[in-house]
Design a protein around this ligand. Structure first.
Ligand SMILES: [Zn+2]
Length: 474
């Protein structure tokens, strides 16, 4: 049976129209007709209207509320229908904006709006049904989901219904709000989780990078220490050898001849022949042209630590000059300072600059010409000493000069020999005497660069060339 709170309620339909007229529609007429067991009520209205239907019990009746409508005074308030399906029909202005039609019936009702008719629109209420015993509901009414018991007046019913709707709406809104809050909370939690995860990953990444950097620094430090240790040992070894050599030299060197303060590793004389030294020396009266490669605006090759070829060649040439003069040779230097040789200076072309060097040697009618250079290559491991002579040279003198100097140099500075080779270099091609261009070592090789940049290395280079010259004239 029925729950008491809904006693007055049968059931409720809403029909919501798509649009609602702003001004009230006027109900101009309510009429009815019979057709094959169906009673058709027609409500003539001037505009499209919204309406709602409410079933109310005891007596069973359908209430149709026409929204936003006013009732014309011409309309009859009661229609005397006498039919088993529909008994009485009452029409009235329920409130300011609602016209109410009440049909006492137990039959099935179909309500709908049609366009047309004398007022413009028709609200049609079809009361369909087989005639039944009055007061006994037909079977299809019983199947409807609402319940019926005690009577109630329509105002009470309306109020209850409205309250129920209000409660339902509030409940719906409350649930929707709760659901929204729940979703927002979940979303917030999800975002917080993501943010935490992101921070965790970023921290891990930072730590990983810091660790890598630390390891890298440690490795570099280790390598640096190993290198310093290696260099220290190499230096010790060099110093030890130099000391040994000095001691040996000191025993061998005659004391009266040399004006140089530098030691000589090659000296054929002994103290017994000191008094005859000038007549014995092989270099007395020889004119020797020395050409320190590059100079001035032309630095030549530059080593990995910045040592310039032009500096090395000049340092070696100046030391060589001392050695040669000490042995009575006449030395012709193409330059004795850091400058270009051509009077045109920096403006001189490469050929003009090289020709100026040849001119000096040719004019002096030098016996030999030695152009001093340092080698360079893109691969820093390239190393060694090379002697060059002009490829078209006739006779053996130039080849022999190049070979003697290259050989003696290798002995002095302990570089691997790269051989004595023919070439087409300008200065050896355009000098009239036996000429050689000597590549001391590779300035592009860090080790050889440091040899050529040291006082000791420069002395040894000079000594090597000097030894070669003596060998050549000997
Ligand atoms: Zn050079």
């Amino acid at each position: 049976m029925l729950k008491p709170v809904f006693m007055t309620l049968l059931f409720l339909f809403f029909f919501t129209a798509t649009a609602m007229a702003a001004r009230p529609a006027i109900v101009q007429d309510v009429r009815y007709s019979y057709n094959n067991g169906t009673v058709r009520l027609v409500v003539d209205v001037t505009d499209y209207v919204d309406f709602r239907e409410i079933y109310v019990e005891n007596p069973s009746r359908l209430v149709v509320d026409i929204q936003n409508a006013t009732l014309s005074s011409k309309v009859k308030k009661e229609l005397p229908i006498e039919n088993p399906t529909a008994k009485r029909v009452r029409v009235g202005q329920f409130d300011k904006t609602t016209v109410r039609v009440v049909i006492e019936t137990i039959a099935e009702i179909k309500t709908f709006i049609l366009e047309g008719g004398p007022a413009g629109y028709r609200l049609v209420i079809d009361v369909i049904g087989t005639p039944t015993v009055s007061g006994a509901p037909p079977s299809h009414v019983e199947t409807k989901p609402s319940t019926v018991t005690k009577p109630s007046n329509s105002e009470e019913h309306e109020a209850l219904q409205k309250e129920r709707e209000r409660q339902e709406r509030l409940e719906k809104e409350r649930k929707a709000k709760e659901e929204k809050e729940r979703q927002e909370k979940l979303e917030k939690e999800r975002k917080e989780q993501l943010e935490k995860e992101r921070e965790r990953k970023a921290k891990e990444e930072r730590e990983r990078k810091a660790k890598e950097e630390k390891e890298r620094q440690e490795k570099l430090e280790k390598e640096r220490k190993a290198k310093a240790e290696k260099e220290r040992k190499a230096k010790e070894e060099r110093e030890r050898k130099a000391k040994e050599e000095k001691e040996r030299e000191h025993k061998n060197t005659h004391s009266t001849h040399s004006t140089t303060t530098y030691p000589s590793t090659h000296n054929p004389h002994s103290s017994e022949v000191d008094k005859d030294i000038e007549s014995l020396t092989t270099l007395k009266g020889k004119i020797i042209a020395i050409d320190p490669g590059h100079g001035g605006n032309d630095a030549g090759a530059i080593g990995p630590s910045g040592v310039m070829e032009k500096t090395v060649t000049l340092n070696v040439a100046l030391e060589l000059e001392k050695l040669l003069k000490a042995e009575g040779a006449t030395v012709i230097m193409t330059r004795r300072t850091d400058k270009t040789v051509s009077p045109a200076g920096a403006k001189a072309s490469a050929i003009e600059e090289l020709q100026a060097r040849c001119d000096i040697a040719n004019k002096a009618k030098a016996d030999i010409f030695i152009s001093i250079h340092a080698d360079s290559f893109t691969n820093p491991t390239a190393r060694g000493t090379t002697g060059y002579y002009y490829s078209q040279t006739e006779g053996q003198s130039a080849i022999r000069l190049a070979d003697c100097i290259r050989k003696a140099l290798c002995e002095q500075i302990k570089t691997p020999s790269r051989g004595t080779k023919p070439c087409n270099f300008y200065v050896v091609r355009n000098t009239d005497m036996a000429a050689t261009l000597i590549e001391l070592a590779f300035i592009s090789n860090p080790e050889e660069e440091s040899i050529m940049n040291s006082v000791e290395g420069v002395l040894k280079c000079a000594q090597g060339i000097f030894d070669g010259i003596e060998d050549y004239f000997g």
